[in-house]
Design a protein around this ligand. Structure first.
Ligand code: NDP
Length: 297
């Protein structure tokens, strides 16, 4: 058996086209959704991610602006900038690219962003709203993108056993909360595994849908997957490959070649979860703009 490939790149393109139409209508009505991104320091990976987010925002017709601060920025300096953006009526979404330099307390920064503009969904108030099942919350982009990808590829998680491998605040935990919600894209039976899970393979083999967010290539191999299962690979890992010019390849956490022989459907890396994450950032910004204007729950 060879699995169907769920192309996040293709689904994300469709979503971005839909958003483009929605943004055009809002703009005609005098509301231009605005995204402000903040990059502190000069990490090449963070620069790349923020650049991709701003480009995608501009392509969708959003107003987008990037603030780039030096590596030695003080916590107070960053909090000042966030306060300015919180008060700016042209800004509906604020994204602080993580990780932050060590002199800055990440928790304080996430708490400073206006929850109504928290398009990453990391403010504790939004985390709490997600955990209590609020259908109107701005949910973190990666897990929201995974739900959207499952629904649009015909794999409604309702009633299914979903095993999430990884319990981070960015992916694993919000993924579990979204899947548990009594709402479209939810109603799954969810298990969450992590590095202390006793027999990972025994658990993953019971999954109808397996979401893997670990950050280690080859974490899930063919023998750990139930035949016909849907496998979502969140992992984004650079592995050395001297056969390509840049000297590395990007791979997921799942042994793609082996697992695609067993799974019913699988996401590739790259071209799977990554593009969906960016599309959901745009969707969250548009939603935040509409709500801030007072046009929706
Ligand atoms: P974290 O490092 O924050 O969390 C990793 C999780 O994996 C932890 O809960 C850890 O367990 C668990 N884990 C580690 N080793 C094992 C193991 N051997 N067996 C089972 N569980 C294990 O990572 P993130 O959640 O932030 O990211 C995970 C991956 O997803 C990374 O590759 C990241 O780059 C990628 N990512 C991709 C995105 C995209 O848009 N495509 C967006 C965000 C992340 P414990 O808690 O016990 O330490």
């Amino acid at each position: 058996m060879s699995a169907t490939i769920i192309s996040g790149a293709k689904i994300a393109r469709t979503i971005r086209e839909e958003l483009h139409g929605q943004v055009a209508e809002l703009t005609a009505g005098g509301l231009v959704p605005g995204l402000a991104t903040i990059l502190v320091g000069d990490s090449p990976a963070s620069q790349l991610y923020v650049g991709m987010k701003n480009r995608a925002a501009a392509e969708a017709g959003l107003h987008s602006r990037q603030s780039t601060l030096p590596e030695d920025t003080s916590e107070a300096g960053l909090l000042d900038l966030i306060a300015t953006l919180n008060a700016d009526p042209e800004v509906h979404g604020i994204l602080v690219q993580l990780p932050l330099p060590k002199q800055i307390d990440e928790a304080k920064v996430l708490l400073a962003v206006d929850p109504a503009k928290d398009v990453d969904g990391f403010h504790p108030m939004n985390v709490g709203r997600l955990a209590t099942g609020d259908p109107a919350v701005l949910a973190p982009c990666t897990p929201r993108g995974i739900v959207e990808m499952l629904m649009r590829s015909g794999h409604d998680p309702a009633g299914k056993h979903v095993v999430v491998v990884g319990r981070s605040n960015i992916v694993g935990k919000p993924m579990a909360f979204l899947l548990l919600r009594q709402a479209p894209g939810g109603n799954a039976t969810v298990s969450v595994a992590h590095s202390r899970t006793a027999d990972l393979g025994a658990l993953t083999r019971t999954a109808d849908i397996l979401v893997v967010a670990v950050g280690r290539p080859g974490t899930v191999t063919a023998d750990m997957v139930k035949p016909g299962a849907v496998v979502i690979d969140v992992g984004t890992n650079r592995v050395v490959d001297l056969d390509v010019d840049r000297g590395y390849r990007v791979v997921g956490d799942v042994d793609f070649d082996g697992v695609q022989e067993v799974a019913g459907a699988i996401t590739p890396v790259p071209g799977g979860v990554g593009p969906m994450t960016i599309a959901m950032l745009l969707a969250n910004t548009v939603e935040a703009a509409v709500r801030l204007r007072g046009g929706g729950a």
